[in-house]
Design a protein around this ligand. Structure first.
Ligand SMILES: NC(=O)c1ccc[n+]([C@@H]2O[C@H](COP(=O)([O-])OP(=O)(O)OC[C@H]3O[C@@H](n4cnc5c(N)ncnc54)[C@H](OP(=O)(O)O)[C@@H]3O)[C@@H](O)[C@H]2O)c1
Length: 350
């Protein structure tokens, strides 16, 4: 299958390329960059030296392929989607432009009216753990946001099971490394500003809140989703996301009941691991050991003094939070083993 990556000079595009160059079913034939047209891929992705002889080309010179991956900034994809979707029958978009079902959410969370609202219904939110059956038959796949993916995967077993007290909000804190902000430099990525950082950047109104609400509502009994209070913090890391969520149970469930709920959701999922040890330093999910892998590690702890459960979820933002999820969705779509091109662990120690 021939594939092209639009926006391939960015971090998400580079990660896609790393994965697809080792994918036995895919040949990447074109990678676009407007700034770097004519330059070798390794000029910005040095880890791919001798992995490919491809050079960047402009979007204007794209030729038809079987599958087109879009890794443009949000707001850019939807402007160009008419032209872009003429190049391939299958489109996999990593931006936020087709993740939300309700066009009215775009002005609220992104600050712009959606230019192609009629296309929103064609796209599936392509998180395989939630929408595997729809992905199998859809040629329009919208990959979830990195913080949103971590939050949704941590929480959806509980919302689906209907065990949360709906009178209480779900309070979610997401900590993220710097690569989630993309390759473009700015004041917040300047080394003296970013180094040693623990900086709140979206205590309220983070855009991914919309996806978290959408997906948790979809998976909750009767579509009654929870009230979500989400905050995001930048921390000293290049890759990695750790979400910590506080939820309250509507009945007095024991830890073994929570285990059952998480096992029911994830026992057969190839990239989900329940991490909960009684001792040692690796008791809870830790994004550091997930660098470069497609795993999401989810853990939980029941507060012995209240009905609070603390849920922890960790992933690599460029993998399960972007390119890895895209390749997993591709595998689901074309009926290949879901682990194809993704079947490796992280590095330890790192
Ligand atoms: N970074 C993550 O962890 C992550 C996780 C999940 C989802 N995503 C999503 O994936 C998409 C790509 O993210 P990224 O982190 O790879 O971004 P990035 O590193 O900034 O790369 C974006 C690419 O798009 C191209 N581009 C086209 N129009 C542009 C414009 N108007 N302004 C800036 N760049 C433009 C860039 O330039 P050239 O064409 O000139 O090369 C660049 O190669 C985004 O929609 C992002 O939300 C990213």
């Amino acid at each position: 299958m021939k594939a092209a990556i639009v926006g391939g000079a960015g971090y998400a595009g580079g990660e896609l390329l790393r994965l697809l160059l080792s994918h036995p079913e895919v040949e990447v034939t074109q990678v676009t960059s407007e700034r770097l047209g004519g330059k070798f891929i390794h000029s910005v992705h040095p880890h791919l030296r001798r992995r490919t002889d491809l050079k960047f080309q402009s979007r204007a010179s794209l030729l038809p392929v079987d599958v087109l991956f879009l890794a443009l900034p949000h707001g850019e994809t939807s402007k160009e989607i008419d032209r872009l979707q003429s190049f391939a029958p299958t489109i996999i978009d990593l931006s936020a432009d087709f993740r939300l079902r309700d066009r009215g959410q775009y002005p609220t969370w992104y600050g712009w009216e959606h230019p192609q609202p009629n296309l929103l219904a064609q796209f599936v939110y392509a998180l395989p753990e939630l929408h595997r059956e729809q992905i199998k038959t859809s040629d329009r796949l919208a990959i979830g946001g990195c913080l949103a993916t971590a939050a949704i995967l941590g929480l959806y077993p509980l919302t689906r099971a209907g065990v949360l007290d709906r009178s209480m909000p779900i309070v979610i804190e997401g900590k993220t490394g710097s690569s989630a902000g993309g390759a473009e430099s700015g004041p917040s990525s300047h080394h003296p500003h970013r180094s040693g950082e623990m900086r709140s950047f979206a205590p309220t109104a983070h855009r991914h809140t919309a996806e978290i609400i959408q997906e948790l509502c979809l998976t909750a009994p009767n579509g009654h989703g929870p009230n979500v209070a989400f905050s995001a913090t930048a921390v000293e890391a290049v890759r990695g996301i750790l979400v910590t969520a506080h939820v309250f149970l509507n009945e007095d469930l024991a830890e073994k009941d929570l285990w059952k709920i998480y096992r029911a959701a994830y026992a057969n999922e190839p990239f989900m691991r329940i991490v909960k040890e009684s001792q040692g330093i690796h008791r809870y999910p830790n994004p550091k050991i997930l660098s470069g892998t497609n795993y999401t590690d989810v853990g939980f702890e029941r507060d012995p003094h209240s009905r609070r459960v603390v849920v922890m979820s960790a992933l690599d933002n460029l993998m399960k939070g972007a390119a890895g999820q895209a390749v997993q969705a591709l595998n689901v779509r074309f009926g290949w083993d879901e682990r194809t091109g993704l079947d490796f662990s992280g590095l330890y120690p790192i």
